[in-house]
Design a protein around this ligand. Sequence first.
Ligand SMILES: C[S@@+](CC[C@H](N)C(=O)[O-])C[C@H]1O[C@@H](n2cnc3c(N)ncnc32)[C@H](O)[C@@H]1O
Length: 479
Amino acid sequence: MAGGGYRPKLIEVALPLAAINAEAAREKSIRHGHPSTLHLWWARRPLAAARAVIWASLVDDPSGYDEFTEPDGETEDERAGRLGRIDAERQRLFGILERLVKWENSNNPDVLAEARAEIDRCFPDGPPPVLDPFAGGGAIPLEAQRLGLTALAGDLNPVAVLINKAMIEIPPRFAGMPPVHPGIDKTLTTWERAQGLAADIEAYGQWMRDEAKRRIGHLYPDATGPDGEKLTPIAWIWARTVESPDPSWSGHVPLVASWTLAKRPGKPTVWIEPVIDRNSRLIMYAIREGGEPLTKGTVDRGGGRCIASGAAIPFSHIRAEGLAGRHATRLMAIVAEGDRTRTYLPSSAEAEEAATTSLPNVSLGAIHVNPRDFKTPGYGITTWEELFTARQLTALTTFSGLLGEVAKKVKSDAIEAGLTVDGRRLHEDGRGADAYAAAVITYLAFVIDKCADYWSTIAGWDNTKGETVRTLSGDRRSR
Ligand SMILES: C[S@@+](CC[C@H](N)C(=O)[O-])C[C@H]1O[C@@H](n2cnc3c(N)ncnc32)[C@H](O)[C@@H]1O
């Protein structure tokens, strides 16, 4: 109802839905610089939609403006004129909203100032704070903050809480501060917003990477290219193997969904050929280029197939063998960094050994008993550590261990740079050396989480355009 003290908000009356929907849909394909890449969160809402909803919930619909209140004795013509002016004003607001939801305008000061001015106009005594008690990936508090509002967020899940802290709370806390890492030239820029913090995260992350390489680099031997050149491996393609249920072939056979390594438009397909030696009962794996794989994979939704005899391998057999601890793995191929393309190389005993020795003594606990969401216990993988090769586990524990060392380094560098020892932890509102160290390692811990998503034995290989690891979360490294 217009007038009478109640002013409807724009969201209650009309929205430029087509423009909002188009931007929200477009956002799904935006990766670079998108806050969603900070850490996976399921059921994340598009920022464009959150931005639009908050803004349109605060800005009045013109039908409630005093000057558009229906006067007594209004004639038809006067009414038509008044409604026309209301519509024109609504179109003006739509224009602001359409500019506001565009991804390119996310940090455009003019567009944001224009949008904030409308909020201020509707709230002369200051806008209300925005509280999202179910904040998840933080789309709503992030956008509330962008619109200049006080944003409050909560969630039942500690991962969501940490994402919100990292995205919304920490950056403004250290805004305008230069980095503390001694290797960064402080005169480079004026260190606006959280640029100093970002530079430190990168610099200490680089230190972690270098240090990890020094400690465990020997577990990643170079691969040898077709001409004997040394190449850096970036992925290893394994097959899980199971004893064939066919008595005519006693031995393990691979369970492989696809033999294709790379499908390149206009270029030869790269694929693995399983070469069966019936005398020695060994299966070797050769890399082929051109043509197509000779057979389909050996496992799909219907079950498995013995590559040696063609016999069916029912899931019941695969599960029973897994539960009995009799699954094994074989390295089939190595993916190395080539000159602007991937190079696919055959496996080697050295490469297989490097991945499977040096198992750290870690216990990460049992995987939840929840067959709907956690399938691996049905196949005998019942603990979290079993989801990783020895080398993956070594890498993850090495990086996790380095976090503590980084925290000490950041703190001492921060003190050297003039920050005070504040004894504050992440959840406390400190701006001193301890709080700063906690902030830096929070982002670096997120990187380790991402590594765990890429480095597990149940991650797959995307043989299409990306030719990259298919992570469990569906994350894809932009190339
Ligand atoms: C649909 S998600 C929110 C998505 C969020 N708007 C975004 O853009 O990412 C719902 C959230 O509510 C949280 N949640 C569920 N029950 C809750 C409770 N009782 N208290 C607090 N948070 C809860 C979940 O952890 C989840 O993060």
